[in-house]
Design a protein around this ligand. Structure first.
Ligand SMILES: [Ca+2]
Length: 290
C-alpha cells in the first residue's frame, strides 16, 4: 500500500517537473521544497524496494528453514522410533542372552555331572574288567587242571608178567635182561613182553615189584634197573639146608616219559621160570608234571 502511494507521488512529481519545464520561471519559484521532497521520496522508495527484496529473501529463507525444520523433525521422529525399536530389540536380545547364559550354565553343570558319572563308570568298568580277567585266568587254570586230571585219570599203567615156560633161566656168563614172556596184565601196553623192558609213557611215580624162585643150586640174583642205574636187588645163596631160594623186592620210582625199567639176571646166577612164581609187576601210582 505504501509502495503504491510512493509510486503515485513520484509520478506526480514527474508531471509537475514537465510542467515546470514549460514554465521554468514560475515552477521553480512556486515549489522549491517539492522536488527535494520528491527526491527524498524516491530515495525512500529505493530503500523500501531493497528492504522488500530483503524481506522477500528472508521470507524465502524462513520458509526454507521451516521446511528444513519440518524435515529435521520428521527425521528426528523417525530416528527416535528407530532408537526405540533398537532399544526394544536390545532389551529382547539381552533377555535372550541372559536366558542363553543361564541355559549354558545349566548345561555345563549337567555336562560336569555327566563327566563325573562317566569317570566313575569307567573306573568301575576297569575294576570289573580286572576282576573278570582274574576270573577268566582262574577259570582257564581250572579248566586246564580238570583236563590234566581227566588226562591223568585216563592214563592207566598196570602190568604183571611171569617168566613163563617151566625151566631154569641161567646161569649165564654175563648179565642178562630177563624177559617175562607170560603177560598177566598189561593195561597201557607199557611193558614189552618181547624185550622184558617197561617204558614209562608219562611222568609220574611208579611202583614195581619183583619176586623170584629158584632150586637152590646156584646163586639167585635179580637186579631192577632204571635205565642204566641199578635200583633194588633180590638175591639168595644156596645152602645145604635150603633146597629152594625165594626172594623179592619192591620200589617206588619217579620216572620221566621214555625211562626204561627192567630186570637183569646177574652173571652166573639163575632163576626158575614158569607162569606163576617169578614175576615182574608195575603200575603208575600218580602222574606228575614233567
Ligand atoms: Ca638160600
Amino acid at each position: 500500500m505504501n509502495s503504491t502511494c510512493l509510486w503515485v507521488l513520484l509520478l506526480l512529481c514527474g508531471l509537475t517537473s514537465a510542467e515546470v519545464g514549460e514554465n521554468v520561471v514560475e515552477t521553480r519559484s512556486c515549489f522549491p521544497d517539492m522536488c527535494d521532497l520528491l527526491r527524498e521520496f524516491g530515495s525512500m522508495a529505493d530503500k523500501l524496494k531493497v528492504m522488500e527484496t530483503r524481506l522477500q529473501d528472508s521470507e524465502s529463507r524462513l520458509q526454507n528453514s521451516e521446511t528444513g525444520l519440518k524435515m529435521t523433525k520428521t527425521r528426528l521422529k523417525m530416528t527416535e522410533t528407530r532408537l526405540q525399536d533398537s532399544e526394544t530389540r536390545l532389551k529382547m536380545t539381552e533377555t535372550r542372552l541372559q536366558d542363553s547364559e543361564t541355559g549354558l550354565k545349566m548345561t555345563e553343570t549337567r555336562l560336569k555331572m555327566t563327566e563325573t558319572r562317566l569317570q566313575d563308570s569307567e573306573s568301575r568298568l576297569e575294576v570289573s574288567e580286572a576282576r573278570l580277567k582274574i576270573g577268566e585266568t582262574r577259570l582257564s587254570d581250572s579248566e586246564h587242571q580238570i583236563l590234566d586230571l581227566k588226562s591223568k585219570e585216563r592214563t592207566k599203567v598196570i602190568f604183571s608178567a611171569a617168566i613163563g615156560g617151566s625151566a631154569d633161566v641161567g646161569p649165564f656168563n654175563t648179565d642178562t635182561t630177563l624177559v617175562y614172556r607170560t603177560v598177566i596184565t598189561n593195561i597201557g601196553n607199557a611193558y614189552n613182553a618181547a624185550t622184558g623192558i617197561f617204558t614209562a609213557p608219562v611222568a609220574g611215580v611208579y611202583y614195581f615189584t619183583i619176586f623170584c624162585h629158584s632150586g637152590g643150586d646156584h646163586i639167585t640174583s635179580l637186579r631192577l634197573y632204571k635205565n642204566s642205574e641199578m635200583m633194588v636187588v633180590t638175591q639168595d645163596y644156596p645152602t645145604e639146608t635150603d633146597q629152594a631160594d625165594n626172594g623179592g623186592n619192591a620200589v617206588f620210582l619217579q620216572l620221566q616219559p621214555g625211562d626204561h625199567v627192567y630186570v637183569v639176571l646177574a652173571v652166573n646166577t639163575y632163576v626158575w621160570g614158569n607162569n606163576y612164581i617169578t614175576t615182574f609187576s608195575g603200575s603208575l601210582v600218580t602222574q606228575c608234571e614233567n
